[in-house]
Design a protein around this ligand. Structure first.
Ligand code: GDP
Ligand code: MG
Length: 537
């Protein structure tokens, strides 16, 4: 039985295609030695049954992540009869980066141009024939979701024949590549072209081959060509394939790119983030939402709600929204709930005539329950804001910008979000650490979150600050409170440094995320899409 492997970027639709191909025959295991899913199944729709393997989603065949190593080893040594390289056609240029590397192996390849339904819907056109001629391998337009083109894809896959690796790199590297290729071919290693290019990229897995270190030193003379090669690939792709896709809605793409450039700007990214963060906390926690309280206090202040001369019912109602200043939506929500709770508590207390039972139920059980539930509206609201930032992709961008700074403390940019949420409330902050893939980093982050003073700690901090001012007769309560916030942050940083250097020692995992490709060029950050790893320190 022939075996075909599905390879492609994360989110290109591999699993969708895999399910469409294999249906109920699929089973999931693990790749040996790692907890990365290995899915296998059988396609029964063609003349012959064929076995299908779903490789982990990857952006390149570099040895930086377990997924990349697994896919690379499988493609090179797994002896598949062919690779079905799935490409997200709505993101052609980025997806082709991996394709240019797969093409360098000697393994038969067929390209499945997926998400063609999306492309058509947006009015774009992709010239499949041109793509096929350029790449030199069969290209079939499909929609894994709608199930179109799949039969033809498998028919042409079954007809794949042996091929020899082909590089898209320009003549500038020819001499060196040929030399390196001769070295690998001489050592009897298959796919010598692929290995040759990787050797020039200073790929650490290649250096494990016997004699490879010497060969590399001889051929490259110590020159680091990784970035140059990545650049070549990218240039090749943008010069050849920008034209094979005619954009219908060019507008929409450039607009999002423009927003991205601002949001990840080297200088503006962090100030913008601070403003957004402030807005979120203000909307959720401020008791002086419109600043009228602060303004009015210059001229004697606005009356408290009990000085307005309202009837008791009105006073309770107005008190939800106003007390010398207008509350923020988060505080209003919390007040509304707490008013409701007080009402229920009072009603239940009165309904039970036995005094001890009434006290037990109303004050004990309900009082305790409501004291905890009282925090819930604001916690949920904070959670909602952060979910919106997360889902819009903004959090990922800011985490990327901050990654460089956080790396110095042994954390990745991802751990920033939970920490900053810790200023609002530690509970959703800790829940949010689930986005951290590395366990040691996650534990370190969870442990220091309580040092970020949350909203509920504020009254205690101000009380202590007030106490210090009273008792010692020195200082300013606000400054002392602020100082305690800073002390918390410093303590957190020290603890992280301690943990990451002792009990939770470990490499900070590379931070990988899905980005429009324009960003890495604009921001000069490491890019796992184009494979350029810029030094983060
Ligand atoms: P994987 O990460 O490569 O396994 O990608 P998935 O199979 O999980 O697909 C990612 C997303 O793309 C899912 O939401 C799919 O429903 C969607 N998707 C996959 N194939 C197609 C397609 O042909 N057309 C459209 N419109 N969406 C697709
Ligand atoms: Mg998948």
């Amino acid at each position: 039985m022939k075996t075909f492997a599905l390879a492609g970027n994360p989110n290109c639709g591999k699993t969708t295609l895999f399910n469409a191909l294999t249906g109920s025959t699929a089973h999931v295991g693990n790749w040996p030695g790692v907890t990365v899913d290995k899915r296998e199944g059988i396609y029964k729709g063609g003349a012959e049954h064929v076995s299908i393997v779903d490789l982990p989603g990857i952006y390149s065949l570099s040895p930086y992540t377990p997924e990349e190593v697994i896919s690379r080893n499988y493609i090179l040594d797994g002896k598949p009869d062919g690779i079905i390289n799935i490409i997200d056609a709505t993101n052609l240029e980025r997806n082709l980066y991996l394709t240019t590397q797969i093409l360098e192996t000697d393994v038969p390849v067929i390209v499945a141009l997926n998400m063609m339904d999306e492309v058509e819907k947006s009015g774009d056109k992709i010239d499949v024939k041109t793509l096929e001629v350029e790449l030199g391998v069969p290209v079939v337009a499909i929609s894994a979701l709608k199930g179109t083109g799949i039969k033809e894809l498998m028919k042409r896959a079954a007809a794949l024949t042996e091929r020899e690796g082909k590089s898209v790199l320009s003549g500038a590297f020819d001499g060196k590549i040929t030399e390196a290729k001769e070295f690998f071919a001489g050592a009897g290693i298959s796919s010598p072209l692929f290995h040759a290019v990787k050797l020039l990229e200073n790929d650490e897995l290649e250096l494990e081959h016997k004699g490879a270190k010497e060969a590399q030193a001889r051929i490259t003379a110590g020159e680091d060509m990784e970035a140059a090669i990545a650049d070549e690939r990218y240039k090749y792709i943008s010069s050849h394939f920008s034209s094979s896709k005619q954009k219908g809605k060019r507008e929409a793409v450039t607009k999002s790119d423009k927003i991205d450039k601002v949001l990840t700007h080297r200088v503006w990214a962090i100030p913008i983030f601070i403003v957004i963060l402030f807005a979120i906390f203000h909307v959720t926690f401020s008791e002086d939402f419109l600043y009228i309280g602060a303004w009015a206090s210059l001229g004697g202040g606005l009356p408290a709600v009990d000085k307005l001369g309202l009837s008791e019912g009105m006073e309770t109602f107005v008190g939800i929204f106003y007390d010398g200043a207008v509350f923020s939506p988060g505080v209003i929500l919390a007040n509304a709930f707490n008013t409701l709770f007080e009402f229920i508590q009072g009603a239940v207390g009165e309904a039970i005539s036995t005094e001890w039972l009434s006290g037990l139920v109303a004050d004990g059980v309900l009082g305790g329950l409501f004291a905890v539930l009282g925090f819930l509206p604001q916690i949920l609201m904070l959670f909602m804001w952060f979910s919106i930032l997360e889902d819009s992709g903004y959090m990922a961008r800011i985490a990327f910008v901050l990654d460089r700074i956080f790396r110095r403390f042994g954390l990745s940019g991802r751990s920033f979000m939970p920490m900053i949420m810790g200023f609002g409330c530690s509970v959703p902050a800790m829940v949010n650490t689930r986005t951290l893939a590395d366990e040691k980093e996650r534990i370190a982050t969870v442990r220091v979150i309580p040092f970020f003073s949350c909203g509920a700690k504020l009254p205690i901090l101000t009380a202590i600050a007030g106490g210090i001012v009273q008792f010692f007769g020195i200082g300013n309560a606000d400054l002392i409170t602020y100082g305690m916030y800073l002390l918390g942050i410093c303590t957190a940083i020290i603890c992280v440094l301690l943990m990451r250097n002792t009990s939770l020692k470990g490499e900070t995992p590379p931070f990988i995320m899905d980005f429009p490709h324009t960003i890495c060029r604009a921001s000069k950050i490491s890019c796992f899409t184009c494979g350029i790893r810029r030094s983060t320190s």
